[in-house]
Each structure stands twice: as structure tokens, then as C-alpha cells.
Design a protein around this ligand. Structure first.
Ligand SMILES: [Zn+2]
Length: 86
């Protein structure tokens, strides 16, 4: 098995995509093969998952919810107010 082996460093880079379930098939297989042989990366994966879970709970962010972008009108209003103040 010399084809497409991952280093731990590469593994970490794929971690977020793996958790998001957006990793391409072949990469995912290689990733999981590395995990099955590398306790270090398994530990990293577990601590990463725990951390994101704690963060989500702390900020009460639900899936699919994000901070809304600042509306353009608000930016314009702030800019206009600053111009008036000068
Ligand atoms: Zn590793």
C-alpha cells in the first residue's frame, strides 16, 4: 500500500472536510485508512470533535444558523452619520 498515503499533517488539513462529510470518496478512504493506523490522529479527531461540540453549546449555535451579515443600509447609515458629524 504505497499509493496515496497521508501524513498526519495532511490528515489534519482534511479533518474539517471529513467532519463536514464533504471529503471526496478516494480521499476519505485514504483518510480513514490513516486513522485506523494512527492513534495520534484519532486522538486529535476526538479532541477536535469535543471542542467544536463545547463551542456550539456555549454559543448556542444550531446547525444551519449563522450570524446574519450586516445590511448594506446600516453601513450606509453609519457612513452618512459619520459624514454629518464632521
Ligand atoms: Zn496520523
Amino acid at each position: 500500500m504505497t499509493e496515496s498515503r497521508l501524513t498526519c499533517r495532511e490528515c489534519v488539513e482534511f479533518l474539517m472536510e471529513y467532519l463536514d462529510d464533504t471529503l471526496a470518496g478516494q480521499v476519505r478512504v485514504t483518510f480513514e485508512r490513516h486513522l485506523s493506523a494512527c492513534p495520534n490522529c484519532v486522538r486529535y479527531l476526538e479532541s477536535y470533535k469535543t471542542t467544536t461540540t463545547i463551542c456550539k453549546k456555549a454559543f448556542e449555535v444550531r446547525d444551519g444558523e449563522s450570524v446574519p451579515p450586516v445590511p448594506e443600509e446600516l453601513i450606509q447609515a453609519i457612513l452618512a452619520a459619520r459624514l454629518k458629524a464632521e
